[in-house]
Design a protein around this ligand. Structure first.
Ligand SMILES: NC(=O)c1ccc[n+]([C@@H]2O[C@H](COP(=O)([O-])OP(=O)(O)OC[C@H]3O[C@@H](n4cnc5c(N)ncnc54)[C@H](OP(=O)(O)O)[C@@H]3O)[C@@H](O)[C@H]2O)c1
Length: 591
C-alpha cells in the first residue's frame, strides 16, 4: 500500500502514485513578488486523461513566465483558466522538467512507466480539427504553454503532461541540467529550422542577438550543428570566450554603437544619415568577424524595437530576420525599401511543435547541445530563484531547481558523447537588461477587455469633442510660401496650420514639415517653396459630437496630435475648429 504523501526527495516506488503531493502554489490572494506569491502546500495528485502521463519531477527549469504568474499580471492565469471551466483556485507553474514517468493514460504509446524523460512545454487538444488535419499545432487555437497557461506544471512532485511532450532524457546530463534547456532550445530550433527556404544550412552566416543569453546560447550551438557560421552580439567582452566556446565565429560588442531604437523618419535626411552611419559601422564589424564582406542569411532576433532596423538592414538579400520576442519594445520600424527591393523576410516565431522539439532533443542526446545551466537551486529556494529573476539579478544562462532529486549532480548515467570544452560566464555576470515580457500571454492590453478589470487610458466619460475643442482655425492658403506659414505658426503658438482652399481643409503643414524642408537647402531655395508643396494632403477630421475617447483613439492610431473638427453645412464638411492632444492633456490636469 503506497503512502499518502512522500517527503521531498523521497521517491515513491516507480509506478506508485500517492494521493497527495508537495507543490509550490500560487494563489490569487497572495499575488505579488515571487517570495510572497509562491507557498508550499500539499494538494491532491491530479488524475491524468487517456492521452496524458504523470511524471515524477526530478528537477524543474526556471523561466520568466512564472514570475508573471506570481505577480498575477498581465494575466491572472488562475482566473483565465476558471473562465475556461477548470475549477482549481491555484496555479502550479513550471514549464521545463526532467523526471520519470509514473503513470500513463490508456492511449499513450510513446512512453511507459519508468522512462526517464525531459518535457517540452507545447500542449494542444488532440481533438482540435486543425491538429487532426495534421497541420502545425502551433497554429491551433488550443495551443497552450504547459505550466503557465495550463495548471500542474513542474513545481510539484508530480506534473501532468500530454504524452507527446515527453522526450528521452540525455543520459549524460544530470537531472538539473536536463531540466534547463528544452524551452529555449526548442524555441531557437524552430526559429532556425522551422521556416522553409530559410532553414539554417552549412556555410550560412547567421547573426545572433544576445549570444550569451538563454536563446542565443542555444542558437549558436544549433548553427554549429548545421555547419553554419554564427556571429554573436553581446554587451561586454567577458562573454566572448563563452560564445566562441559554444561555436560562434566571433562577437560584436553592441555597446560600441549608438544607433539603436526606432528608425528616424525617411524624410529626416540628417537623422537618417546618422543612423546609416551607425548601421554601416555595425555591418563592417560583422564583416570583420566573418573575414569577408558577407551578409547574414538569417538574423536571430528577440530584442525587437531597439535592434530590428539594424537586423533588417544587415540581413542578406533574400534572407530572413526571425523573431520570437520584443524585449526592448514592440514597435518594429522597417525601411520597406530594403524589405521589398532586397526581398527579405520578416518572420515571427513562437515556441515549437513536436517535430522541432524532438529534433532539438536529438542534438542534446548526441551531445551537440550543452544545456548552458548557470545555476541550480534547492526545492526550498524556488521562490528565491524567481525573486532573482524579478529583481533582474539572476545569472545569465538557464537556471533550474531540484524537486525529486535529493542532491545536485545526480541522474547522469553515461559519459557525455562528445564532451566539448565549455567556458562559463563570470560569476558576477547578471542580467541588467529590462525584464523580458512573457511570450505566451494572449496579447493583453492590446485590446481592452472589460472582463480583465484593466482600464483603457481614456475612458468614454461622456465628454465630447465640442467640450474641449478650439473654435476657429489657424490656417494658411496653399500658395503661401514657407516663410509666411512659419510666421503664422510662431505668431499663433501652434505646431501645425491647416491649409484651406474654398472653405475646405485640404491639408496640414506641421513644424516638422518645415524643418525637413529646410534641410540641405539654401535660404534662397526655400523661399520659393509653397505650403501646397510640403503639406500632408487631406486632413484627419472628426465632428464636434464625436466622443473625446474616439478622437484620442484616432489620433494615437495615426500618430498625429490634432484633428480638424468639421461641421456639415449645406451638404459640405466645413472646418470649424481643432481638437488637439494638448486640449486632452489640459483636461487631465483639471480632472
Ligand atoms: N516566443 C517564445 O516562444 C519565447 C521562448 C523563449 C524566450 N522568449 C523570449 O525571448 C527573449 C529572450 O529570452 P532569453 O531566454 O534569451 O533571455 P536572456 O537569457 O535574458 O537573454 C537575452 C539577451 O538579450 C540581450 N539583450 C538585452 N538587452 C538588449 C538590447 N537592448 N539590445 C540587444 N540585446 C540585448 C542580452 O545580452 P547582451 O546584454 O550580452 O547583449 C541577453 O543576454 C525574452 O523576451 C523571452 O521572454 C520567447
Amino acid at each position: 500500500m503506497t503512502k499518502e504523501l512522500y517527503d521531498i526527495g523521497e521517491a515513491p516506488p516507480v509506478g506508485e502514485v500517492p494521493p497527495k503531493m508537495h507543490a509550490w502554489l500560487i494563489r490569487e490572494e497572495r499575488f505579488g513578488e515571487p517570495t510572497q506569491s509562491f507557498q508550499q502546500e500539499v494538494v491532491d495528485v491530479p488524475e491524468c486523461a487517456d492521452d496524458e502521463v504523470l511524471v515524477y519531477v526530478m528537477a524543474a527549469g526556471v523561466n520568466y513566465n512564472n514570475v508573471w504568474a506570481a505577480l498575477g499580471i498581465p494575466v491572472n492565469v488562475i482566473k483565465a483558466r476558471n473562465k475556461q471551466g477548470e475549477p482549481e483556485d491555484f496555479h502550479i507553474g513550471g514549464s521545463d522538467a526532467s523526471g520519470i514517468v509514473y503513470k500513463a493514460g490508456k492511449d499513450v504509446t510513446n512512453v511507459k512507466v519508468g522512462d526517464e524523460v525531459v518535457v517540452h512545454c507545447g500542449t494542444w487538444d488532440r481533438n482540435c480539427p486543425w491538429v487532426q488535419a495534421g497541420k502545425d499545432p502551433m497554429y491551433s487555437p488550443t495551443f497552450r504553454i504547459w505550466g503557465y497557461e495550463t495548471n500542474y506544471g513542474s513545481f510539484a512532485q508530480f506534473t501532468k503532461v500530454q504524452a507527446h511532450q515527453c522526450m528521452p532524457k540525455p543520459k549524460h546530463m544530470n537531472w538539473e541540467a536536463a531540466a534547463a534547456y528544452v524551452l529555449v532550445g526548442a524555441t531557437a530550433y524552430r526559429m532556425l529550422h522551422g521556416w522553409e527556404e530559410h532553414s539554417v544550412q552549412k556555410d550560412d552566416a547567421v547573426l545572433i542577438w544576445g549570444g550569451a543569453g538563454g536563446l542565443g546560447s542555444m542558437a549558436i550551438q544549433i548553427c554549429k550543428a548545421a555547419g553554419a557560421t554564427s556571429v554573436a552580439v553581446i554587451s561586454s567582452k567577458d562573454k566572448v570566450d563563452y560564445c566562441e566556446s559554444l561555436g560562434a565565429k566571433g562577437c560584436i560588442q553592441r555597446r560600441d554603437f549608438d544607433h539603436w531604437g526606432m528608425l528616424p523618419h525617411w524624410k529626416d535626411n540628417v537623422g537618417y544619415g546618422n543612423w546609416l552611419k551607425g548601421v554601416r559601422g555595425f555591418g563592417k564589424a560583422l564583416w570583420n568577424v566573418l573575414g569577408e564582406k558577407r551578409s547574414p542569411r538569417i538574423v536571430f532576433e528577440h530584442p525587437g524595437e531597439s535592434t530590428i532596423p539594424t537586423s533588417m538592414f544587415v540581413c542578406d538579400t533574400g534572407g530572413m530576420v526571425v523573431i520570437c520576442a520584443g524585449t526592448t519594445g514592440y514597435n518594429a520600424t522597417v525601411d520597406l525599401r530594403y524589405l521589398w527591393m532586397r526581398q527579405k523576410r520578416f518572420q515571427g516565431s513562437h515556441f515549437a511543435n513536436d517535430e522541432q522539439c524532438y529534433a532539438m532533443n536529438q542534438l542534446a542526446l548526441k551531445g551537440h547541445l550543452n544545456p548552458c545551466m548557470s545555476r541550480a537551486f534547492t526545492y526550498e529556494e524556488l521562490p528565491a530563484a524567481h525573486q532573482l529573476m524579478y529583481e533582474n539579478s539572476h545569472p545569465h544562462g538557464n537556471m533550474s531547481v531540484l524537486v525529486g532529486a535529493p542532491e545536485f549532480g545526480l541522474g547522469s548515467t553515461e559519459q557525455e558523447p562528445v564532451p566539448p570544452p565549455i567556458f562559463t560566464l563570470p560569476p558576477q555576470d547578471i542580467h541588467v537588461s529590462p525584464h523580458p515580457y512573457p511570450s505566451s500571454v494572449p496579447l493583453p492590453g492590446i485590446a481592452f477587455d472589460p472582463t480583465e478589470g484593466t482600464e483603457p487610458i481614456m475612458v468614454d466619460d461622456g465628454t465630447k469633442v465640442r467640450d474641449l475643442m478650439f473654435y476657429g482655425l489657424v490656417s494658411c492658403s496653399p500658395d503661401d510660401n514657407v516663410e509666411v506659414v512659419a510666421r503664422i505658426m510662431i505668431g499663433n503658438h501652434v505646431h501645425a496650420v491647416v491649409v484651406q482652399e474654398d472653405d475646405q481643409a485640404i491639408g496640414v503643414v506641421s513644424q516638422t514639415d518645415l524643418v525637413l524642408t529646410r534641410q540641405g537647402k539654401t535660404a534662397e531655395e526655400v523661399k520659393g517653396i509653397k505650403a501646397r508643396d510640403i503639406m500632408s494632403e487631406g486632413c484627419a477630421t472628426c465632428d464636434a459630437e464625436t466622443p473625446l475617447s474616439d478622437a484620442v483613439t484616432s489620433m494615437t492610431r495615426m500618430g498625429i496630435h490634432r484633428l480638424v473638427v468639421s461641421e456639415n453645412q449645406a451638404g459640405r464638411d466645413v472646418p470649424i475648429g481643432v481638437i488637439s492632444m494638448t486640449d486632452v492633456v489640459r483636461k487631465l490636469i483639471v480632472d
